[in-house]
Design a binder for this molecule. Structure first.
Ligand SMILES: Cc1cc2nc3c(=O)[nH]c(=O)nc-3n(C[C@H](O)[C@H](O)[C@H](O)COP(=O)(O)O)c2cc1C
Length: 313
């Protein structure tokens, strides 16, 4: 069942606004969900578990009755001391979708399933996807080459088809998609949902500086540098922000991943995916969602006609 029952009929297009460190918060989530797409944020964007609970309650209070469900990203890594407490809050508040990164743990999946929630886990290769499948997740987020954040290196075609060969659950494709047509393409290649980060970073509600949003809107794919030098795990960054922070992506040793120091580094060095080349404006999130939904519907319903016009059908 590629689209889980809990999400069926709840979204206006198969789009998830991906969680982004220091970037997504209640405004982005609420505007996205109220516009009909699934909004998310990382729990660590709030400084404490209490603050995280406050955000969840604020979001739940601001969602309209027809709103799409929302999700929360938990980092499952030994350097995240808040994992247990944040998970307990997700359970208490019945967060509809929990997105795990780095570790896929059966106990966490059981805790979320216990209240009827869903768990999606993000991976950059088939080996990690198999582990996530064994842990019992409902969905696997295939983070392909060119994505923002901790991106992968594999072609989206290669990654989606390989995961589909052994996983019957939901597949979400991540990496460099900006438009409803891109979302339709992701579905055509076998994914069930598209996961858009960088496109949502360049919206009014994203909690980053205007300078960072402008840099996203003005950059090209060639400006994205993929390097482990910032956080120990390879990730995509805007070249100009690396230079401004004095980080040489070629020289020196990479640090060890440590969530305690991530906030300091990611505030100065700005992450974005290769999709920057297709982004030139900074709309309100609701306007972006409206566009994505309309473009997606047009792309899907016009596809057969387009193919017929060109003699393919
Ligand atoms: C600024 C930024 C911060 C991110 N932070 C996180 C994060 O905290 N947790 C996570 O799972 N993914 C994070 N990501 C990755 C996104 O969730 C998503 O996989 C990616 O942005 C999709 O590719 P795209 O940016 O090309 O659309 C981040 C991405 C960006 C651009």
């Amino acid at each position: 069942m590629p689209v889980p029952e809990a999400l069926r009929g709840r979204l206006k297009a198969p789009v998830i606004a991906a969680p982004m460190f220091l970037t997504s918060g209640p405004d982005l989530v609420v505007e996205t969900c109220n516009a009909g797409l699934l909004g998310t944020f990382p729990a660590l964007n709030q400084r404490s578990t209490e603050g995280f609970r406050d955000w969840l309650q604020e979001i739940q209070g601001r969602l309209e009755p027809h709103a799409a469900p929302f999700g929360v990203n938990l980092i499952v890594h030994r350097s995240n001391p808040r994992l247990e407490a944040d998970l307990a809050v997700c359970v208490a508040e019945k967060v509809p979708l929990v997105i795990t990164s780095l570790g896929a743990v059966p106990e966490l999946v059981a805790a979320v399933h216990g209240y009827g929630g869903l768990v999606f886990h993000d991976v950059v290769n088939a080996r990690h996807a198999r582990k996530a499948a064994e842990a019992g997740v409902d969905g696997i987020i295939a983070v392909a080459a060119g994505a923002g954040g901790h991106a992968g290196t594999l072609s989206p075609f290669a990654l989606v088809s390989e995961i589909r060969s052994f996983f019957a659950g939901t597949i979400v494709l991540s990496g460099a998609m900006n438009t409803g047509r891109d979302v339709a393409a992701a579905r055509m290649m076998g994914a069930d949902f598209a996961y858009l980060g960088t496109r949502f970073l360049a919206t009014e509600e994203a909690q980053v500086s205007e300078a960072q949003k402008r840099m996203v809107a003005e950059s090209a794919a060639a400006d994205i540098v993929y390097t482990p030098k910032v956080s120990g795990v390879p990730a995509s960054f805007l070249r100009q922000s690396l230079a401004a922070a004095g980080i040489d992506p070629e020289g020196g040793a990479a640090p060890h991943l440590d969530m305690a120091s991530e906030a300091k580094v990611w505030r100065d060095v700005w992450s974005a995916g290769q999709g920057v080349g297709g982004i030139s404006d900074i709309p309100k999130a609701a306007e972006l969602c409206r566009r994505l939904i309309a473009d997606y519907r047009e792309a899907v319903s016009g596809a057969a006609e387009e193919a017929r016009g060109e003699g393919w059908l």
